[in-house]
Design a protein around this ligand. Structure first.
Ligand SMILES: *Cc1c(COP(=O)(O)O)cnc(C)c1O
Length: 366
């Protein structure tokens, strides 16, 4: 069986380093809000090219708390509109509605799967306050174009970088394009903890300070609460694990790019559309192909020992959680959701297995 992603093999590579880091935390007697968090925040901000990184409990909280912080700072009010891609993972949208803000869904570009900047201006109203681009599947959205629109209309930009650690255009990385950016370190993400974790990156000191309070009961100073905050902290063990993993992320990205290059070069089947990308803008969190015969292709690969996944089978506007949108039509998203298939990719997938996946893709007939 060729696994979609072998997390056990990935973390095994760093076993000794992870155990050493874990032991350091156990022996320190300090488990929340200490040196490990501080070191990881500094390291991750440096990696992304931002002034600050603020660790939180997960990627969803990173997005929720950033919007919440902007509300506390008077930059947003309940009922304001946030532009978000219609084909994103549901978390981007949950973060908006959790704050009583209004998601305005905009269709993606079919080639890049990312927010189509040409469709943004048509939906901007007096209530529009934020654009929330998602670097879906590991590829940066068209940030130069999106930032340009945001600037012209005086909008905030919150990147959802949960899938795109390290993705860049001319070295400018995911997390450094917007006013703020949310990251997830869920174990399966390209930078994965050994549990839940997330972070926000920003250059804005006021936002960073507000987030540091919000994640900790709304408090900077113990027992003095300035906001009705939450408990959303990145603990010392996970911070220590992440500092180990951060050292290796660029090597892992290079490996993912090598796997993607093999797929892009080797897969030739008229039933299959390969993903498009530009230079270093893609870190291949997932390698997503499209096929009108997606279900048959997935079955064929499974029958031949290849595990694939679908990111994602149901578009947000068809989810029961958003029943009020179920009758709306987003044809590009619907096409994406019915055709996409994610092939195995990861920093430990061996090239014989890549070759086998390519051969199976090429021998698939409908
Ligand atoms: C994973 C993910 C999130 C949420 O991250 P969690 O750490 O699981 O809360 C948000 N947005 C996108 C695009 C994601 O892929």
């Amino acid at each position: 069986m060729i696994n979609f992603l072998d997390l056990k093999a990935i973390n095994k590579q760093y076993r000794a380093e992870l155990i050493e880091a874990c032991t350091r935390v156990i022996d320190s007697g300090w488990y929340i809000g200490g040196n490990e968090l501080e070191q990881f925040e500094l390291g991750f901000a440096d990696y992304c090219g931002t002034k600050f990184a603020i660790g939180v409990a997960n990627g969803l909280d990173a997005l929720i708390l950033t919007l919440r912080a902007w509300m506390e700072l008077g930059k947003l009010q309940e009922g304001d509109e946030v532009i978000v891609p219609s084909n994103t993972y549901i978390a981007s949208i949950l973060a908006i509605t959790a704050n009583n803000l209004i998601p305005v869904l905009v269709e993606p570009d079919l080639d890049s799967f990312n927010l189509d900047p040409n469709k943004i201006e048509a939906v901007i109203t007096d209530r529009t306050k934020v654009i929330l681009p998602v670097h879906l599947y590991g590829q940066l959205a068209d940030m130069p174009a999106i930032n340009d629109i945001a600037k012209r209309h005086n909008l905030l930009v919150l990147e959802d970088s949960a899938q795109a650690h390290g993705a860049n255009i001319d070295g400018k990385k995911a997390g450094s394009w917007g006013d703020a950016s949310g990251f997830s370190f869920y174990p399966g993400k390209n930078l994965g903890a050994l549990g839940d974790a997330g972070a926000i990156t920003t250059d804005d000191v006021e936002l960073a300070n507000t987030l540091r309070a919000l994640r900790n009961y709304g408090s900077h100073e113990k027992y003095k609460n300035i906001y009705q905050g939450v408990n959303s902290r990145l603990d010392e063990i996970q911070a220590a694990m992440l500092s180990v993993k951060l050292k290796h992320i660029d090597t892992e990205i290079d490996y993912r790019r090598a796997v993607a290059a093999k797929y892009l070069e080797g897969i030739k089947n008229q039933e299959i559309t390969l993903p498009s990308y530009k230079d270093n803008s893609h870190v291949w969190h997932v390698f997503v192909i499209r096929s009108p015969q997606r279900d048959a292709l997935q079955q064929y690969l499974a029958d031949n020992g290849v595990q694939t996944l679908i990111h994602y089978p149901i578009p947000p506007h068809k989810q029961q959680a958003y029943a009020e949108w179920n009758e709306l039509s987003y044809p590009i998203s619907e096409k994406v959701h019915s055709e996409v298939l994610s092939l195995p990719i990861g920093p430990t997938l061996n090239f014989d297995d890549v070759k086998k996946v390519i051969e199976l893709c090429n021998s698939f007939k409908y």
